[in-house]
Design a protein around this ligand. Structure first.
Ligand code: TLP
Length: 348
């Protein structure tokens, strides 16, 4: 079988998750009657230190329902140009919510320059006088940062963004698809970051290995609005306890083992660092994502194709970059084999 490092989304549910699915108590969640969904939502709220939680089908839906719940048509979503929301979510807040995506440049470490965030906020004074700009609706952060190689943003940086947001009366939404990776890497609880944001989206179906689902957590009134948005998006679910049950296993049993994925990513990064024609920033590899560079986009395409033939699947990240993601199901030996396969592909 191929070694699949395309993403941590390829993880398969654990045997315990399968059992939990079979045994889950269920009800109609649109009526609020699914005890397993209710338990998962309460658990997520507890873990993030938020008032309430909402189970959604995906990270993409979680981010979209959050943005729609925070802002109005015609308002701006201020976010990084390398953020997942901007790069991979089909402009959904614009397409469905009439919101304007206002990007600011992303630093290599996944932060957004504070001055750029501040400058992106058109204050009411500006637009009342001139009626030029869309008013701001919400600021978004991402942690860990996917396109910045799984970078971990510091809680102190979150505090600085929160201070700007507070000054302007704006909410902050965190795309925390891999927030548990940040927490494990930094040795901090997720509340170290969530205490600075208004809402957070957490994925269960990445490193935590659940088959499906994300949670949005935040203040109760925000979660009420997000629940309505989820219904509008067709995401109201009935006996969803069957998919919430593995989510409970994910949150209670699968977080600590992310440290293994991080160790495995180091093995990959250190192996790659020694290869001719490959550039990898070892300092930047702190979690389960390794992005490396080869000579050109064409070379990246060739390496990806040849690696696939040799039994290794990787993602092309554009501009000569390839991405490897470690996860549950990938062992140390797989990582060593992956390096050997890549070594053979790049040398030719
Ligand atoms: N990311 C996927 C791809 O879409 C690129 C991956 O393989 O990494 N936020 C972040 C930071 C993400 O990385 C992802 C998925 C999402 C949101 C969306 O989650 P899903 O796939 O559940 O909609």
């Amino acid at each position: 079988m191929a070694i699949d490092l395309r993403s941590d989304t390829v993880t398969l549910p654990t045997p315990e998750m399968r059992q939990a699915m079979a045994a889950a108590e269920v009800g109609d969640d649109v009526f609020g009657d699914d005890p397993t969904v209710n338990e998962l939502e309460a658990l997520a709220a507890r873990v993030t230190g938020m008032e309430a939680g909402l189970f959604v089908t995906s990270g993409t839906m979680g981010n979209l329902a959050s943005l729609l719940a925070h802002g109005q048509r015609g308002q701006e979503v201020i976010l990084g140009d390398e953020s997942h929301i901007f790069q991979y979510e089909n402009g959904s807040a614009s397409a469905l919510g009439g919101m304007v995506l206002h990007t600011v440049p992303t630093n290599p470490d996944g932060t957004l320059p504070l001055e750029a965030v501040e400058a992106a906020i058109h204050s009411p004074a500006h637009h009342y006088h001139f009626y030029h700009w869309a008013p701001p609706g919400v600021i978004c952060l991402e942690n860990t940062h996917n396109r910045c190689g799984g970078a971990v943003l510091e809680p102190s940086y979150f505090a600085e963004v929160a201070a700007i947001a507070r000054r302007h009366g704006l909410p902050v939404h965190l795309d925390g698809a891999r927030l548990f990776n940040a927490a494990v890497a930094a040795g901090r609880p997720v509340t170290a970051w969530t205490e600075h944001v208004t809402s957070v989206q957490l994925c269960l179906s990445k490193g935590l290995a659940a088959p499906v689902g994300s949670l949005i957590c935040g203040p109760a009134d925000f979660v009420d609005r997000a629940r309505r948005m989820r219904k509008i998006l067709g995401g109201g679910m009935r006996q969803a306890g069957v998919i919430a049950a593995p989510g409970i296993v994910a949150l209670t049993k699968m977080v600590d083992r992310l440290a293994e994925d991080h160790r495995h990513a180091r093995i990959l990064a250190e192996g790659l660092a020694g290869l001719p024609g490959v550039t990898v920033d070892l300092e930047a590899v702190r979690t389960n994502i390794v992005i490396f560079r080869v000579a050109s986009a064409a070379e990246a395409e060739r390496v990806q194709a040849e690696a696939a033939v040799a039994g290794l699947l990787v993602s092309d990240f554009g501009a000569g970059r390839l991405r490897l993601v470690t996860h549950y199901g990938i062992g140390e030996e797989d990582c060593r084999r992956a390096v050997a396969i890549l070594a053979a592909c790049v040398r030719r």
